[in-house]
Write a new protein. Structure first.
Length: 174
């Protein structure tokens, strides 16, 4: 993947929040990426509201908005008249049918790639975590069954690491 695209994916990843247990993006962040005003994006959505059920888009509560602003220093300057809307991955995909500019298409592709990459990383991370747990359980069982053997191995390692008593190599002459 070219460096500039990789950088864009990282930047977009930083604009994805978890709210109500869902990964979402703020309307203002999407408007910035699509290079339109937030009110224009929301207007286009409201003209096509039947395309945006609640699992595609929802409006934040005052408490959710305050929590998000407190967690994120960059949002402190985002003073608005209305509470923001957030869009799930499906909602972002649906935006491509509402916003039809070339910029919207390219931005949508990058955002979808970011969601896919995040999902892949989560799956890879989960597999790795499961493998580590398996290894840990294996060694716990092994230690219980072979305690004396592990003690001998540990003792041998300690002897190898003990550099306080230099050993002379060669024959003793007396």
């Amino acid at each position: 993947m070219p460096k500039s695209i990789e950088n864009n994916l990282v930047e977009i990843k930083n604009l994805i929040y978890v709210i109500r247990g869902q990964k979402v993006m703020l309307d203002s962040d999407l408007a910035m990426l699509y290079q339109v005003e937030t009110k224009m994006l929301n207007r286009a959505v409201k003209r096509n509201i039947e395309r945006f059920p609640t699992h595609f888009m929802f409006q934040l509560t005052k408490e959710e908005w305050q929590n998000l602003r407190c967690q994120n220093g960059t949002l402190k300057n985002d003073i608005r008249k209305y509470l923001p809307y957030v869009f799930t991955e499906q909602g972002v995909a649906m935006l491509s049918s509402v916003l039809r500019s070339k910029q919207a298409i390219q931005t949508n592709i990058l955002i979808m790639d970011t969601f896919v990459r995040m999902r892949q990383l989560a799956i890879e991370h989960k597999d790795l975590q499961e493998q580590i747990v398996e290894l840990k359980n294996y060694f716990i069982r092994y230690a219980q069954d072979n305690n004396a053997e592990i003690d001998r191995i540990n003792e041998a390692i300690n002897l190898l690491l003990d550099r306080t008593k230099p050993q002379k190599i060669g024959f003793k002459t007396e």
